[in-house]
Design a protein around this ligand. Structure first.
Ligand code: PMV
Length: 356
């Protein structure tokens, strides 16, 4: 038979939310309880590079006869429902093209092989699933020559990992919760390009390289099920934060951007502490970072830095290029003294990131 190997490569960046996704209204389709908004980090700093290939010949060898994924050289399980949902949807779209044009090779029937590399330590506890699923979806979409827009691909990536839908775009990205029961309107859109606010920077501070204790999926489940505070977050806090954040970005108002970012992170971690039993993602080192940002802002006499924490102890600090001296300078100084900061890991990452 045909032994031709078809191949496509792509990269996808990491994104860090400033209004957090936390809670699912449908766990099978990854439909969120609220909209969220993130900043996409520069690909030169944090990204996943994925090559997708397929061939009729793969079916004849036992190692490649079923779909497979190699992440940083290690085989990963692709039989999970999330990954399967992405493969199924991508194949369905390819099959539709093949049905409409019989001259196209039947790639949808071949086993898929994915090879991924992260350019940052996977063990650093940084949200790697967002870049991972975004790269997986786009690599296969490119391989299949699908005509789908980034917004349409975001619908597929969302089913891999919710936050992944936002990594299909650069710059400032919103994930609209949507209303439809089938999830057809729960997708990402770009609020502003990175170039809209070119002096935005992010500092990644690794408090612990250990894998997070409670997965985002079970943490969300527990929060939705047991936190009373969460109801308030969904009903009023997040809608207000989304509106304020979009305005702050449009107006390049860093003080407003920073306040909403810090308030939303605090609100998210408060709902985690309000679950029963409580979930703590932040630790003493994280709290030291919060105090350090407060001290930096107090010393500057205005808000020059904003912290945010995901489902783990590591901090991301947003600031503007013009304020890198008080922000990065202070952290370099402070981190020398605070115990618990993994400096080796920090050194392995470029601490100052542009966002293009
Ligand atoms: O995409 P998930 O299931 O890994 O969840 C991500 C959750 C947070 O990172 C805490 C918030 C967010 O919006 O990215």
């Amino acid at each position: 038979g045909d032994s031709k190997v078809y191949r496509a490569s792509t990269t996808a960046p990491v994104n860090i939310a400033v209004v957090k996704y936390w809670g699912k209204r449908d766990s099978k389709l990854n439909l969120p309880t609220n909209s969220s908004l993130s900043v996409t980090l520069s690909q030169s700093d944090l990204r996943t590079l994925t090559t997708a290939s397929c061939s009729a010949s793969y079916a004849t060898s036992p190692e490649t006869s079923s779909d497979s994924l190699l992440l940083n050289g290690k085989p990963e399980d692709v039989t999970g429902a999330r990954t399967q949902a992405c493969f199924r949807e991508l194949r369905r779209r390819r099959a539709a093209l093949e049905a409409a044009d019989s001259s196209l090779p039947k790639l949808s029937t071949f086993p898929l092989r994915l090879v991924s590399e992260n350019n940052f330590p996977t063990a650093a506890g940084l949200a790697s699933s967002a870049a991972g699923f975004a790269a997986l979806v786009r690599a296969v979409a490119d391989l299949y020559e699908l005509p789908d827009s980034p917004a349409e691909l975001s619908l597929i990536a969302r089913q891999g990992s919710g936050s992944a839908c936002r990594s299909l775009f650069g710059g400032y990205v919103a994930w609209r919760e949507g209303k439809a029961e089938d999830g057809s309107d729960s997708m990402a859109d770009q609020v502003a390009e990175a170039a809209h606010w070119p002096d935005m920077r992010a500092l990644v501070l690794v408090a612990s390289a250990a894998k997070k204790g409670v997965s985002s999926t079970s943490g969300m489940q527990q929060t939705v099920a047991t936190s009373g505070l969460f109801k308030e977050r969904i009903a009023t806090v997040v809608p207000q934060n989304m509106a304020r954040m979009e305005k702050a970005i449009q107006e390049r108002d860093f003080e407003a951007f920073a306040e909403v970012t810090m308030r939303d992170s605090n609100s998210f971690h408060a709902t985690c502490a309000d679950t029963y039993p409580p979930i703590f993602y932040m630790n003493d080192v994280s709290r030291a970072a919060v105090r350090a940002v407060e001290a930096i802002n107090a010393k500057a006499g205005r808000t020059v830095a904003a912290y945010t924490f995901d489902a783990g102890p590591n901090a991301v600090v947003y600031y503007l290029e013009k304020d890198s001296e008080p922000v990065v300078g202070t952290f370099n100084h402070v981190l020398g003294e605070v115990e618990g900061w993994k400096k080796e890991v920090l050194a392995g990452l470029k601490p100052t990131m542009s966002l293009d």
